[in-house]
Design a protein around this ligand. Structure first.
Ligand SMILES: Cc1ncc(C[n+]2csc(CCOP(=O)(O)OP(=O)(O)O)c2C)c(N)n1
Length: 337
């Protein structure tokens, strides 16, 4: 954020305990994710991106609120809808776009694509196209952290669709028995592909982790202040040896299941989409609150969004102009050693 933007931030007479700069930083992170995803959609519709992508637009408050409560060395695992998680944990826009476009500069030298981005330097153990697949990886990372005594924790992001996978219950059972430092973050964006979650999930979602004795909380996933505050408490508890936790976040994806899912009225109404975008948008909710409190004005948010767009345009340009990997390395870097 520019100095000029920072100066505009702090309006007179605000509560000195309120960390306005941090709220603006969180807004900026959400704006970067939103701009990134909009550019991905543009690249896809412009036939510049191979494969598909599952956009995170609308769910930004969860990735940012959660990752802001973590340290760099803490682990995350992600999903097929993972761009927001990667960026919130610190991935660079340039290398993300390069990966999406299959370029050598990408996080997996262009061989992983949208659904397999991993960034070990920022503790990101990887996205995973297998629904529920990263639950075992996050739980294993928590086991290693506990055995090494390095104080790290692991966060596992997954959609509510993963609640239909048996693996998650085996992993939660172990995590509880072994008191592992792991937080399961369930992003309930209401739909598993084209089916409302009420048609796939019996009973209360929270009853499932509770059955394993796992501490469970529910939060409004559109309210980044609530996500961040709740995560801070959970992180403290888990890092302090309190055992695993489960955070259920209610949210909504603005786009289709993937970029090609354009005609959606057969499974959800335009009115429903409009309701979330108008009344439950995470960026608007945060900016509206800061403005209402007299802590910031609209100019700063416009400025942050413009800066985010510039960064995204530059990152996409970098990737478009970057070279593909040499064909001779097609069978290299494909398996972990
Ligand atoms: C094991 C497995 N089964 C099915 C699929 C196909 N699939 C991809 S995404 C998806 C729905 C996932 O829904 P959810 O976990 O709620 O995540 P969301 O897409 O809503 O973010 C399915 C069934 C898959 N990738 N992996």
């Amino acid at each position: 954020m520019s100095d000029m933007a920072n100066e505009k931030t702090v309006l007179q007479g605000h509560d000195p305990d309120m960390d306005v700069e941090h709220h603006l930083h969180m807004y900026q992170q959400m704006a970067r994710i939103r701009a990134f995803e909009e550019k991905v959609n543009e690249l896809y519709t412009g036939a510049l991106m191979p494969g598909l992508a599952h956009l995170y637009t609308g769910e930004e408050a969860i990735a940012v609120g959660v990752c802001e409560a973590l340290q760099l060395g803490d682990y995350i695992t992600s999903t097929h809808r993972g761009h927001g998680h990667c960026l919130a944990k610190g991935a660079s826009v340039d290398r993300m776009f390069a990966e999406l476009l299959g370029k050598e500069a990408g996080y997996c030298r262009g061989k992983g694509g949208s659904m397999h981005i991993a960034d070990i330097e920022t503790g990101n153990l990887g996205a995973n196209a297998i629904v529920g697949g990263s639950v075992g990886i996050a739980t294993g990372a928590a086991l290693s952290a506990k055995r090494l005594g390095n104080g790290r924790i692991a966060v596992c992001f997954f959609g509510e669709g993963a609640l239909g996978q048996g693996l998650i219950y085996e992993a939660m059972n172990m995590a509880s028995l072994w008191n592992l430092p792991v937080i399961y973050v369930c992003e309930n964006n209401q739909y598993n592909e084209y089916t409302h979650y009420s048609e796939t999930i019996a009973g209360q979602i929270t009853a499932r982790p509770q059955a394993f004795g796992i501490h469970t909380e529910t939060v409004d996933g559109q309210d980044i202040r609530a996500v961040y505050e709740t995560m801070n408490r959970l992180v403290e508890r888990v890092r302090g040896g309190g055992g695993p936790a489960f955070l259920l976040c209610d949210t909504y994806r603005y786009h289709g299941h993937h970029v090609g899912d354009i005609d959606r009225v057969y499974y959800r109404s335009k009115e429903e989409e409009q309701h979330w975008m108008t009344n439950r948008d995470p960026l608007k909710m945060l900016s509206g609150w800061l403005i209402d409190q007299g802590l910031a004005d609209q100019i700063i948010f416009d400025q942050i969004e413009a800066e985010a767009k510039d960064e995204i345009i530059a990152g996409a340009e970098f990737a478009i102009n970057a070279p593909y990997p040499d064909p001779s390395e097609v069978d290299q870097h494909v398996y972990a050693e």
